[in-house]
Unconditional design. Structure first.
Length: 371
């Protein structure tokens, strides 16, 4: 390890020292999460080597296997979920867990001490990218457990309602990126720090202290194939960007889309930009596509701590009151000035100001109004 770099273990202990009376549970939990991330990284970055069955993702094959063979056909999401649960639930730092792979909450088994925190996570965001060797990652959020369920012989019962808290109540949020390097990005409410896994010593070391998102940007990330489903404020924003130097923005923009939330978030943290996964016109029961508790909230916490902004369209993500544990919301975040512009476009639309998208094609096919 290069001289002067700080390990995650040292970092968390120093954070504890800044809070007199700390029990060490929080730093213990973060190190358990980091250990799980190393194991998941080892699986995720091995690609097909870690999955000896070529037809692993084929539902027809999976449905045909016998119970004895089922373990060989687990998807990467399931494997990552099992790893994180196994590494964290026994530590005594948690009272319960919730993940994208769970149908309901998972209280810590009675045999283990129930700790101060709840862990909410997406075990393998962007898992569909593994086959094409693009970055994937883990997203997590830490909440305080209610006092009634804490302790070795707690008589309290943990419920789903205990997880239904707005993002402003997060104690910590973070994500990992399993790419050319394994990164862990973390906030405890005092800025955002990035760690890189040094495989020679087996530890995460601080390489990106106090990450900041530039307030202005000339880049945005969106799946342009869904344009026909977007609401007018998003159409307006994207069309203005595509019109470039000849349009109302007076400058050119770049567009990208990785289809991996962690990859796009890390790109924005390091280079600036805006990410849009907006509300669209598809079934009303699912107005958004990003899980609030284990996707939008932790990413929004990180983004705000790095100087950016995160909204659902016209509402701050961290202010959303969740109604159920797997609730999904629209998500727009990144460089503050651009996000505030998009928020203003939503507000103007709500006030009845219209935008005619038919006047625009792609940048090269802009159609001026005939007089």
């Amino acid at each position: 390890m290069p001289e002067g770099l700080k390990t995650l273990t040292r970092y968390t202990i120093e954070q504890e020292h800044r809070h007199p009376g700390s029990s060490g549970e929080f730093s213990g939990l973060l190190n358990a999460i980091a250990t799980a991330a190393k194991i998941v990284a080892n699986q995720a970055t091995r690609g097909a080597i870690a999955q000896p069955i070529p037809a692993l993702a084929d539902p027809a094959v999976i449905s045909a296997v016998t119970p004895d063979d089922a373990a060989l056909h687990r998807t990467p999401d399931v494997i990552a979920d099992e790893i994180i649960v196994a590494e964290t639930q026994w530590t005594g730092h948690l009272s319960g867990l919730l993940s994208e792979q769970m149908t309901g909450i998972r209280p810590v088994p009675a045999a283990h001490r129930h700790g101060k925190y709840l862990l909410v996570f997406d075990p393998l965001d962007g898992s569909s990218n593994i086959d094409v060797n693009l970055p994937v990652g883990t997203i997590f959020s830490v909440l305080r457990a209610p006092a009634r369920v804490q302790g070795t012989t707690s008589g309290g019962i943990l419920t789903a309602d205990d997880f239904l808290r707005p993002g402003t109540e997060q104690v910590c949020a973070g994500f990992t990126v399993y790419g050319p390097a394994t990164m862990l990005v973390l906030t405890t409410g005092s800025g955002v720090d990035g760690f890189t896994l040094d495989r020679e010593i087996g530890a995460f070391v601080l390489t990106h202290p106090q990450m900041r998102i530039p307030a202005d940007t000339s880049g945005f990330a969106i799946n342009a194939a869904n344009e026909r489903f977007w609401q007018p404020p998003v159409q307006r924003y994207v069309h203005e960007c595509l019109d470039g130097v000849d349009g109302p923005r007076g400058r050119d923009f770049n567009m990208r889309w990785v289809a991996s939330l962690v990859a796009d978030t890390f790109h924005i943290l390091t280079r600036g930009g805006v990410y849009l996964y907006p509300r669209d016109a598809r079934p009303a029961a699912h107005p958004g596509r990003v899980a609030l508790l284990y996707g939008a909230n932790p990413i929004a916490f990180i983004v705000e701590q790095a100087g950016g902004a995160a909204i659902t369209g016209s509402e701050r993500v961290l202010a959303v009151a969740p109604r159920h544990i797997h609730e999904r919301v629209p998500l727009i975040f990144g460089s503050r000035n651009e996000v505030e512009r998009i928020e203003r476009y939503h507000r103007e639309h709500d006030e009845g100001r219209s935008f005619d998208a038919s006047l625009f094609g792609t940048r090269s096919l802009f159609r001026p109004v005939r007089r």
